[in-house]
Write a protein that binds this ligand. Structure first.
Ligand code: DQA
Length: 147
């Protein structure tokens, strides 16, 4: 059974409360439940985590090396700033999908820059919580096409 890690970065613990006009009213617990149900239908083993700390995210990506078949990363604002997360993905050698709830390209210019996209298989953004299950489908497709 393929093993995937969904990793959420800073401020995503406040999903549902935080700027609902941008991110909606679905909580991260709702997103996790949705992803777990989808993992069952896909036959995927799912690990779902969130941290507000860049180093903890780096550690989680390192732990995925050799243990996970794919990573879905919503790195929040670290997407636009973190060379450390970019290097962690390269070092972990795990196929990664960059994910955002909002369409970052329709927002402020600083959100158009992504260090994660440089090392990702692909990027999904703008579809709200549904983006998580779309990313799972895409990652499984990518995994199956390589194995
Ligand atoms: C986000 C987009 C980022 O620009 C922002 O900093 C976030 C959330 C999204 O899911 O739309 O924290 O990653």
């Amino acid at each position: 059974m393929p093993a995937f890690l969904i990793l959420n970065g800073p401020n995503l613990n406040l999903l549902g409360l935080r700027q609902p006009e941008v991110y909606g009213r679905t909580t991260l617990a709702d997103v996790e439940a949705m992803c777990r149900a989808h993992a069952e239908t896909l036959g995927v083993d799912l690990d779902f985590q969130q941290s507000n700390h860049e180093g903890a995210l780096v550690d989680a990506i390192h732990a995925a090396r050799g243990t996970k078949d794919g990573l879905i990363l919503n790195a929040g604002a670290y997407t636009h700033t973190s060379l450390a997360l970019m290097d962690a993905i390269s070092s972990a050698e795990v196929p990664a999908i960059e994910l955002h709830l909002s369409n970052v390209h329709a927002r402020e210019e600083f959100r158009h820059v992504s260090y994660i996209a440089r090392v990702a298989v692909g990027v999904i953004c703008g579809f709200g919580p549904r983006g998580y299950t779309l990313a799972m489908d895409a990652l499984l497709h990518h995994h199956e096409s390589r194995s």
